[in-house]
Design a protein around this ligand. Structure first.
Ligand code: TXE
Length: 528
């Protein structure tokens, strides 16, 4: 390993991407499917000032697959300027909604036609099984068609207003919006944000994760082919604390939409506070799965397994603490552990692989720290607990199940990996109290055959998203987002679309032909 790479690898940051302060890659990138290097996407990017590059690693092989630009503050400035120029020109913002509809539908069709290619990019840069990426990406065009349809059908309102007044509410795009996206579902989360923003007429600058930006760059290139005008959809890659920070602090940005960790959420909200702009933030979670004793146990086991180990536990709504009523605990735990042990770990591109890697070495270390801490606090290891490299390579970690009690760290803190807590609970009231006992309030799931229990528990759960007898289901029309330390605002649905619009209230006086003279004695008091 070269000295330069050793120095860069020495970084202990959790989100430890390697940035090279040189103009050419340290060594030849490996993967034939990838270009050696990807530039940012905004007008003028190819000749931008960026002389820094980030290496993108394949988590399954630990090979460098390509490099991408690391945008400097000057690049960010140029991308926002491009967004402003496009927005002010009206080339997209003021276009007839029929036109925006047509272009977004075309983009959806183009994405459909390149689906398996995009799925492979996602799998190679994240290490997620191709089986998952094929299933996930197959639905992405729906986000574009849904929001295109909203653009076409969204109407203003005329609320009641006292007197001979006509009050119209009209909506217009915000301007240039910043979108900061993560690595766990690179394209899904980017499109979840890009689709409503573009449909509403905004210009967008996306800062994808430094760990997995390639699919987002390719999507933005494809958007240009679909005739999204230059400057309307821009992508700047780079580290969060540099590129992301510069973007969020730009005073021309009209809104920030972030998916990331809770600490990133606090930093982004502080920047937004300075510029008094709105934020949608989808942050961390510690999703409880409540298993009540009236459910058919095997059904709940299969559901909880899916909740826990999809994406190797790296989703904001991973069912990471399973709270089981003591009447069925032993039966549930035995079956859950047997099934977790039997999950096939391996090459993400093998369609038979069920669980693959976590994102990087730092994530492996984090999983191990949580395991060690849980055991030192008295937790009982039921399966897994160690890294599991394949042929000596790759950031694989065994599907891990640990029995804990509610006060232990593993029952409360987000791991973002395949390390799952089982909690034995004596009563429904205790199950609910345990579920509501963390600072997070994003997702929750419950398994019961009682309709009334399902409704009553759902109402009392501290969570922005509740699933009953299912998990992870997502739809472009269904609002998605949490409360408390899990963030604010919603992705998806009319809520997301309207979150990219500003509302104007216009009040028209259609009576009083001669006008009102407030200062005329005994008459003015008629105002109000
Ligand atoms: O996220 P980061 P990381 C959670 C999860 C995980 C933890 C850390 O708990 O363990 O976050 O993951 C950009 N200004 N989730 O380190 O750092 C960053 O470059 C502006 C939950 O990968 O929050 C990237 O593009 N931007 C989650 C994005 O924020 C900044 C998904 C997310 O990175 C920035 C991912 C700054 N100061 C992680 N700092 C979910 N809700 O699904 C970072 N970024």
């Amino acid at each position: 390993m070269s000295l330069l790479r050793q120095l860069i690898r020495g970084s202990t940051r959790w989100s430890s991407s390697r940035r090279l302060d040189i103009a050419i890659p340290a060594r030849r990138p490996f993967h034939s499917m990838f270009r050696p290097h990807y530039t940012n996407v905004f007008p003028g990017a190819e000749i931008g000032s960026s002389r820094q590059r980030i290496e993108i690693e394949n988590p399954a092989t630990e090979e460098i697959i390509c490099t991408v630009d690391a945008a400097s503050p000057a690049d960010v400035n140029a991308a926002v300027t491009a967004g402003m120029k496009a927005f002010q020109s009206g080339i997209w913002a003021n276009k007839d909604v029929n036109h925006r509809f047509d272009v977004l539908i075309k983009l959806a069709d183009m994405l459909k036609s390149r689906m398996s290619e995009f799925a492979k990019y996602e799998s190679l840069q994240t290490g997620r099984p191709i089986r998952e990426m094929n299933a996930q990406l197959a639905r992405l065009p729906e986000w574009l068609t849904y929001h295109a349809s909203l653009a076409r059908t969204h109407t203003g309102r005329i609320p009641p207003f006292k007197g001979k007044m006509l009050n119209t509410l009209t909506y217009s795009p915000l301007g240039v919006v910043a979108q900061i996206t993560p690595w766990n579902h690179p394209l899904l989360i980017a499109i979840k944000k890009i689709a409503p923003a573009l449909a509403a007429g905004n210009s967008v600058v996306v800062k994808p994760s430094e760990l997995a930006p390639v699919s987002v760059l390719l999507f933005a290139e494809m958007a240009l082919e679909a005739r999204i005008p230059e400057g309307v959809l821009n992508v700047v890659c780079g580290l969060g604390a540099e590129t992301g920070k510069a973007l969020c602090e730009d005073s021309r940005i009209a809104k920030i939409d972030l998916t990331g960790g809770t600490e990133t959420g606090r930093a982004v909200c502080a920047a937004a506070g300075k510029n008094l702009i709105p934020v949608t933030a989808e942050l961390g979670g510690k999703t409880p799965v409540l298993v009540f004793p009236d459910i058919e146990v095997e059904r709940a086991v299969k559901g909880a397994l899916f909740a826990s180990f999809i994406a190797a536990g790296q989703t904001c709504v991973t069912g990471s603490r399973i709270i089981i009523h003591e009447d069925i605990y032993d039966q549930f735990a035995a079956s859950f552990v047997a099934k977790a042990n039997a999950l096939r770990i391996g090459d993400p591109l093998d369609t038979k692989t069920q669980v693959s890697t976590v994102i990087n070495r730092a994530s492996i270390d984090r999983c191990q720290r949580f395991v060690d801490q849980a055991l030192s606090e008295g937790g009982k290891l039921l399966c897994g607990g160690s890294p599991a490299p394949v042929n000596g390579k790759g950031h694989f970690f065994q599907p891990t199940v640990i029995e804990v009690t509610p006060e232990m760290a593993l029952a409360n803190e987000e791991v973002f990996g395949p390390v799952i807590a089982l909690i034995r609970s004596p009563s429904p009231a205790h199950m609910l109290a345990t579920a509501n006992s963390t600072p997070f309030a994003l997702g929750a799931a419950l398994w019961t055959s009682s309709l009334s229990l399902a409704h009553s528990v759902s109402q009392q759960l501290d969570a922005g998203l509740v699933w009953v007898n299912t998990h992870h289901n997502n739809d472009p029309s269904s609002p998605w987002g949490g409360w408390k330390d899990s963030g604010m605002g919603k992705e998806n649905g009319v809520e997301a679309f309207e979150g990219y619009l500003k509302c104007k209230s216009t009040v028209v006086n259609w009576g009083e032909a001669g006008g009102v003279d407030w200062f005329e004695d005994n008459k003015g008091a008629r105002y109000g």
